[in-house]
Design a binder for this molecule. Structure first.
Ligand code: GDP
Length: 591
């Protein structure tokens, strides 16, 4: 018995844009407008039946000419909004989510995590709509509970509409810079190339009808019937959460997107060490609201579930299962199922001997999006795995560090770091960056790496003798022989105590002992400075050197090469001139 299932929908976006409230509103609508006895609760998902949407959206269904044209049974909304849940909805080559709602705050546009979500949505090829939420915050906007946006906008004062248009225009510009064409949904001419923007308010419920109708249209158009067809075969799904339940032991909350799962089935899923086999002892689903007698009496046991469904599995061997892991029921050979799952999770991990950072995350889903994000940020990854940082991770990071100190880092997302690993990392000079928000972890790493690079550069540069040319000022000879003390003007470049000075023809003059400016010693003098210097060397002013002569800082050959080939950009303009002049006169010395 094959049938069409509801598309699985996920809500993502930056923190505080109103994802939770919007989902609550949608779920509340489903409950309020459902047919009696209809189940709307799943484990981890809520069913929003099309019938309920139609009753709720009323006249807008006709206005958009959708009546009788919708064949999806409704939506299955993932109950947990946000990046982490979406990450865990992974499956090979894409997402278990069929469609996504990207929520942005209409007053502030797309923010960092929204951008991160957008990247993930695009990387996984999920069709999406944008909810421009907090419509009620538009200055002068007159709200009316649950009114469709299309009707609401017609009743507004011109200045409120102008405000709205300005905000939407900004959002459109922002998206266009990211290569995404978007428009207010009622102006979209081609849904294949333009992303619809639906203004909503999770507080007043305005635009929620529009959002659901547009989502239905996009689902029917861009999610294939083939993808939504449920077969009778063994269940295929993804693990969303694993926890201990009193009296039940370890339970796994999973989303089954295809096939049938039965009590007694053997399933293959995955943990930190690889594939895990478990036997399904019980299947638990929430009771329909009408059957619930009291809040404690929330669940019931069933013998089988059919996709798409959210279900809690009680089973032996589920300990150690990691969220984001695939789960398949075994119908033929167990070995084949184990192999398939093994291959799928291997595709998420990285094990290489190339230089790059070590990435660790709490689930297969977050790990996959982390690697994706690192790639987009041009940060190479040497190793990626699920679980807390370990001894092996420190060893790998230390190996990477030997080739490039900036890659001696472990990026730990949503995992705790064992104290002994922390200590080991510290003593091997390995940096551990941890956090609960992906872009922040990456930002912090980049900041650290850049600082490290800047310091390394500074250290390298401080080792090099800088080029410089001075002229002996006529009338300022304070001492004629060793140590010579003369007044000079720095013509180009820099001089420092310790630098050796030579004549234009290469003859050695002596080492600068001290530099004095206005009677006080200084650590360097730069182009334009007039200072007194003492030179220790076997020369006499009036013999080997004369007033008015130009003297050059002797730059050792390997320093010269480094300046010319590697660090030229870090010299001032006058230093570059001094360097070129020095390189030029030097050629004649060899003759
Ligand atoms: P989330 O972090 O994206 O899940 O955001 P929440 O749903 O928790 O909302 C964050 C804050 O914004 C809460 O204080 C909400 O009451 C408020 N909020 C959410 N949606 C709206 C909206 O449409 N209009 C207004 N005025 N406030 C909203």
């Amino acid at each position: 018995m094959a049938g069409i299932r509801s598309p699985i929908a996920v809500v993502v976006g930056h923190v505080d844009v109103g994802k939770t409230l919007l989902l609550d509103k949608i779920r509340g609508t489903a409950v309020a407008y459902r047919e009696p006895g209809m189940i709307t609760q799943h484990i981890g998902m809520s069913f929003v039946p099309w019938g309920a949407v139609e009753r709720f959206a009323g006249p807008l269904v006709d206005r958009l000419r959708l009546r009788g044209r919708i064949w999806i049974p409704g939506f299955l909304f993932i109950d947990t909004p946000g990046h982490a849940a979406f990450s865990n909805l992974r499956k090979r080559g894409g997402s278990v989510a069929d469609v996504a709602v990207l929520v942005v705050d209409i007053t502030s546009g797309l923010e960092e995590q929204g951008l991160e979500s957008l990247n993930l949505i695009r990387a996984r090829g999920v069709p999406f709509v944008i909810a421009a939420n907090k419509l009620d915050r538009i200055y002068g906007w007159q709200s009316e509970e649950n009114r469709p946006f299309l009707f609401a906008v017609e009743r507004q004062e011109w200045h409120a509409v102008a405000q709205l248009e300005e905000q939407i225009g900004r959002l459109i510009d922002q998206l266009s810079r990211l290569g995404i064409e978007a428009d207010r949904y009622d102006r979209v001419r081609d849904f294949a190339t333009q992303v619809p923007i639906v203004p909503t308010s999770a507080v007043t419920g305005e635009g929620v009808a529009d959002l659901l109708l547009v989502l239905a249209g996009v689902s029917q158009r861009f999610v294939s019937k083939e993808r939504l067809t449920v077969r009778d075969g063994p269940a295929r799904g993804v693990v969303m959460e694993v926890k201990e339940e009193r009296g039940l032991g370890t339970v796994a909350d999973v989303i089954i997107y295809d096939g049938v799962l039965r009590r007694g089935d053997t399933v293959v899923t995955a943990g930190l060490q690889g594939p895990i086999t478990a036997k399904v002892k019980m299947l638990i689903v929430p009771k329909p609201l009408d059957e619930m007698r009291d809040p404690e009496d929330r669940y019931k046991y069933v013998d089988e579930v059919r996709a798409a469904v959210g279900v809690r599995i009680v089973g032996e061997g589920l300990e150690g299962v990691v969220p984001g892991a695939p789960i398949v029921a075994v119908e033929g050979s167990l070995e084949e199922a184990v192999k398939a799952v093994g291959e799928e999770i291997a595709a998420v991990k990285i094990e290489s001997d190339k230089e790059g950072v070590v990435a660790k995350a709490d689930t297969f889903g977050t790990l996959e999006s982390m690697v994706l994000f690192l790639r987009q940020s041009n940060i190479p990854v040497r190793r990626a795995d699920v679980g807390p940082p370990s001894h092996k991770d420190v060893v790998e990071a230390a190996l990477s560090r030997r080739r490039d100190p900036a890659y001696g880092a472990i990026l730990a997302f949503n995992v705790r770091v064992p104290p002994e690993v922390e200590k080991e990392a510290q003593s091997s000079g390995v940096k551990i960056v941890r956090g609960e928000i992906l872009y922040k972890v990456v930002d912090e790493y980049l900041r650290w790496a850049n600082e490290l690079k800047a310091k390394a550069l500074e250290a390298a540069l401080s080792q090099l003798v800088r080029p410089g040319v001075v002229q002996l000022l006529p009338g300022y000879v304070f001492r004629r022989r060793d140590p010579v003390i003369v007044g000079v003007r720095v013509v180009k470049g820099t001089i420092k105590p310790g630098y050796l000075l030579v004549r234009q023809d290469g003859r050695e003059v002596g080492k600068i002992q001290q530099i004095q400016s206005h009677g006080a010693p200084v650590q360097e003098a730069k182009v334009g400075d007039e200072v007194a210097i003492s030179i220790a060397g076997d020369v006499m002013v009036g013999r080997q050197i004369k007033e008015g002569d130009f003297l050059y800082v002797y730059v050792p050959e390997d320093h010269l090469k480094q300046w010319l080939l590697q660090y030229r950009q870090y010299l001032r303009g006058d230093e570059r001139e001094a360097l070129d002049e020095y390189a030029q006169i030097r050629k004649n010395w060899r003759k």
